[in-house]
Design a binder for this molecule. Structure first.
Ligand SMILES: [Mg+2]
Length: 225
């Protein structure tokens, strides 16, 4: 009987535990931007909210969405007008693609023993993005908060995937980089949890996660043990 492994998307399938704000800041600095991460992050959160309201967002593929977010960011940054939106989007996009290609080996292998799914706080266009990145073929269910109407850590977004017709959700794993929105709620639902946390942060609660990963590539061995 095949169990189920659910993944977060941002920071989990597209990067080893680095949030989009960190990766966009790195791309912005590489393009010549001068703002500190603290100042940048505030603007990033505004751009995230603007992206959620962006007209037609539910029809944007991955590259188009990255272009849109880079434009929203630069319009809000004091040095944004002098920087190349394309350079920033290119760097973010190519670093995503490199990690995604590496993770395909893992997904291909896991798919032989598990059903796979994604549970993500996203903007309604996650399936399109997964298609464009060549990942959609691995997943039996995609719970995109922008479509389901609830966001993690709300248990209902996990349950949307856990109760998907045709899936057997035992054993069920949740894999994610955010302790509060991925790991804690999944553990509360009785799932096993894999926390992708390459830093030295201690888990905020004893007894969870089930396993801790430095890189997503370690997941296959962790599930086997
Ligand atoms: Mg994440």
């Amino acid at each position: 009987m095949r169990g189920l492994v659910l993944f977060d998307f941002g920071g989990t399938l597209d990067a080893d535990g680095a949030r989009w704000s960190i990766r966009f800041h790195a791309a912005y600095r590489a393009a010549g931007g001068k703002q500190s991460f603290a100042a940048f992050e505030k603007v990033f959160r505004e751009s995230d909210r603007a992206l959620g309201r962006f007209s037609g967002i539910e029809k944007l593929g991955f590259r188009a969405m990255i272009d849109a977010q880079a434009a929203l960011l630069l319009a809000r940054l004091p040095d944004g007008v002098a920087l190349s939106q394309q350079n920033i989007a290119d760097q973010f996009h190519s670093s995503t693609c490199a990690v995604v290609r590496r993770n395909e080996t893992l997904l291909e292998r896991l798919q032989q023993s598990y059903h796979l799914g994604v549970v993500s706080n996203f903007t309604g266009n996650l399936e399109l993005c997964l298609q464009e990145l060549g990942l959609m073929k691995y997943f039996s269910v995609v719970a995109d908060s922008g479509r389901v109407g609830v966001t993690k850590p709300d248990a209902r977004l996990f349950q949307h995937a856990l109760t998907w017709p045709g899936l057997v959700a035992t054993p069920a794993w949740m894999v994610g980089d955010n302790f509060e929105s991925d790991i804690r709620p999944a553990a509360a639902l009785g799932m096993s949890t894999a926390w992708l946390a390459p830093g030295n942060d201690k888990p905020p609660e004893a007894g969870i996660p089930t396993v801790r990963l430095q890189t997503l590539s370690e997941l296959a061995a962790a599930l086997d043990s």
